[in-house]
Write a protein that binds this ligand. Structure first.
Ligand code: G6P
Length: 608
């Protein structure tokens, strides 16, 4: 949940580190710091607060001189956000400086052991243990020392370490936390993700767990824990630099909302050829699909909400029982999953700790696993039996939009593909469904063109204290996401409820003027949801409805109605979610919230 970067080359390191950190702030933004080799040793500058505080402190990096350095942006786990808990952390003598992303799970016994030897700790972090351990085991050889250190620490780590004795290089290692190596001309990098170094190079190495890398200006060497050199194949990143820039938008979130038609087209189009769904990335057979006992969809946050949509869609099309479950619950539930079951694991980042652990749990029980992942080469992508990538490009805003949408589209493709394989739908239905999926990018684009209507509605309701979202079946699944989008960035209390369940308690919270956002996009359940809308209106609620533009009674769905185009009902979530994303965005914007970096959150959650 932190971002790290490292640079070695001939240019001044600090401005490059700060620029890279600015791309990693989505991973954490409660403090930031850098350590750079300068003429008189290792200079550390760090501070609580946003990166802008560090930028100011260092004159955008210009008052820290040196060409080798490491940097960090933090999301606090061990120890509150403070100057002293900020990274980099130094060993007692100041000989080593460490940045770390992850958690050292056994830091308490290690800390005790080191304290018993007289070593003084200055911070409350788990990371400081690594700095002191490094010094404790240092024998003049940083690779040997790194091996000794990683043999002793448990948990997850991406580490960048400067050593005073080696001023022309730095050393790094990762395990279960992301870190890539960037290969430049006369300069080399480490970073938590490629967006941080795209301005400098597109050639990268992905690192396996516990591969140790020594970076110098003129080259990079990778070693395994037996100290043997490992030959790596460079990977060429195709994302263009603008993908990780705001490009004139005030916030990444709006840019990413607007990018959805393109992201959907890039995820869907290559997988539909001559009217057929082609999922070359996985190798499902008709017999396998027919034999599936149960499907588990496992994920966290918005990705879990995609799973809830997936449950309805897969059950409807494939007639296989599906359970959507949050990863943190699944992993400790002693799940009944077996080798007859399929686990679909959804994750934008591919590194969410609970999701990764749940994936391992499912595999250990023999289940086949399919990952739906955005970040190529991420831990979840690597650990899944098969991967279906979403081609959303880098997503920077903490509140996900285009990743959610592309994950939905992959669920649709997979559902229709499996339904056809298992013979649960005929050719005619298959053809129609495929055609409908193909229309999604254009339909989403049409909804985005009318975003001013949502902006207007947001201006009427941004002062609300509590907002409820209701819907039935797929509309309920989308309500979950709409409610989350609103509350995570606007800090307005919100709950999503199955429309039929409201009267079993929650309706007591409805007062005069309470806003209820009611999704009534289905044909079969429209009247049922309208009955629930009447129930809340009778108790004073103001209702903002979402209904199909060709629904004759759409005005019954609310005092204000957002109209949506018609697409096969199973795919309506892709359309209904767009106004809800916009609503959350505009409400948060009118409230003056920090939309891309909401308080207390981080985009990549690598702690459980
Ligand atoms: C965080 C993010 C959410 C995301 C969830 C799962 O909570 O703020 O937007 O849905 O993690 O992340 P993943 O990378 O696994 O999709």
């Amino acid at each position: 949940m932190c971002g790290i970067i490292g640079y070695v080359g001939s240019k001044q390191a600090a401005p490059i580190l700060l620029e890279g950190l600015s791309k990693l702030e989505y991973r954490g933004y409660d403090s930031a710091g850098i350590a750079v080799f300068s003429d008189d040793g290792i200079t550390v500058k760090k501070s609580r607060g946003r990166l802008s505080v560090l930028s100011e402190m260092t004159d955008s990096g210009t008052n820290v001189s040196g060409t080798v350095g490491i940097g960090h942006t933090r999301w606090a786990t061990h120890g509150e956000p403070s100057d002293v808990n900020s990274h980099p952390h130094l060993s007692s003598s100041g000989r080593f400086a460490v940045v770390h992303n992850g958690i050292i799970e056994n830091y308490i016994p290690l800390k005790k052991k080191l304290m018993d030897k007289g070593i003084e700790f200055v911070s409350e972090t788990d990371t400081e243990v690594v700095a002191h351990l490094f010094e404790y085991y240092y024998n003049g050889d940083v690779i040997d020392t790194m091996i000794k250190v990683i043999e002793r620490v448990e948990g997850s780590y991406a580490l960048g370490i400067l050593s005073l004795d080696q001023p022309n290089e730095f050393i790094a290692v990762r395990k279960a936390s992301p870190m890539i190596v960037g290969l430049g001309e006369g300069e080399n990098f480490i970073a938590s993700d490629v967006t941080a170094i795209l301005n400098h190079t597109r050639n990268i190495y992905y690192l396996e767990d516990d591969e140790i890398v020594v970076l110098r200006a003129d080259g990079v060497k990778v070693y395994n824990v037996d100290r043997e050199e490992v030959k790596k194949e460079p990977f060429q990143v195709s994302w263009d630099v603008s993908a990780a820039e705001k490009g004139g938008y005030e916030h990444f979130m709006m840019k990413e909302i607007e990018e959805q038609p393109k992201a959907l087209a890039e995820t869907i189009n290559p997988r539909i050829q001559d009217g057929k769904i082609v999922l070359d990335d996985i190798s499902l057979t008709a017999d396998y699909v027919k034999g599936i006992n149960k499907i588990y969809i496992i994920a966290c946050g918005s990705a879990y909400h995609v799973g809830v949509v997936g449950k309805y869609v897969i059950e409807k099309l494939c007639r296989i029982p599906v359970e959507a479950i949050v990863a943190s619950e699944f992993r400790y539930s002693d799940p009944l999953i077996t080798d007859k079951d399929l686990a679909i694991i959804i994750s934008q980042s591919g590194e969410t700790a609970d999701t990764l652990a749940a994936l391992k749990e499912a595999k250990s029980k023999g289940a086949r696993t399919i990952g739906i992942v955005n970040v190529v080469g991420s831990a979840i992508a690597n650990a899944s039996d098969d991967v279906l990538y979403t081609w959303a490009g880098p997503e920077i805003a903490v509140a996900t939009t285009k990743a959610y949408s592309t994950q939905l589209s992959v669920i649709y493709l997979l559902s229709v593909y499996m339904a056809k394989l298992a013979g649960r739908i005929d050719d005619a239905e298959y053809t129609k469904l495929v055609e409908e999926i193909k229309r999604l990018p254009e339909l989403v684009s049409g909804i985005l063109e009318k975003k001013e209507q949502v902006q207007y509605l947001a201006s009427k309701f941004f002062n609300c204290h509590s907002i409820f979202f209701i819907g039935r079946n797929l509309d309920y699944a989308v309500s979950l996401e709409g409610s989350l989008k609103l509350k995570e960035i606007s800090y307005i209390h919100s709950e999503a409820y199955a429309a039929g369940e409201l009267k079993h308690g929650t309706i007591s919270l409805i007062e005069n003027g309470t806003l209820v956002v009611a999704l009534a996009t289905g044909d079969a359940l429209f009247d049922k949801t309208v009955s629930n809308i009447k129930e809340v209106k009778a108790r004073g609620a103001v209702v903002l409805g979402l209904a199909k533009a060709d629904e004759p009674h759409r005005q019954d769905s609310g005092d204000y109605v957002i109209e949506l185009p018609r697409v096969n009902e199973l795919f309506m979530p892709s359309l209904a979610v767009i106004p809800l994303q916009l609503f959350g965005y505009y409400v948060a914007s009118l409230k003056g919230c920090d939309i891309d970096k909401p308080r207390n959150l981080a985009k990549s959650v690598t702690v459980e």
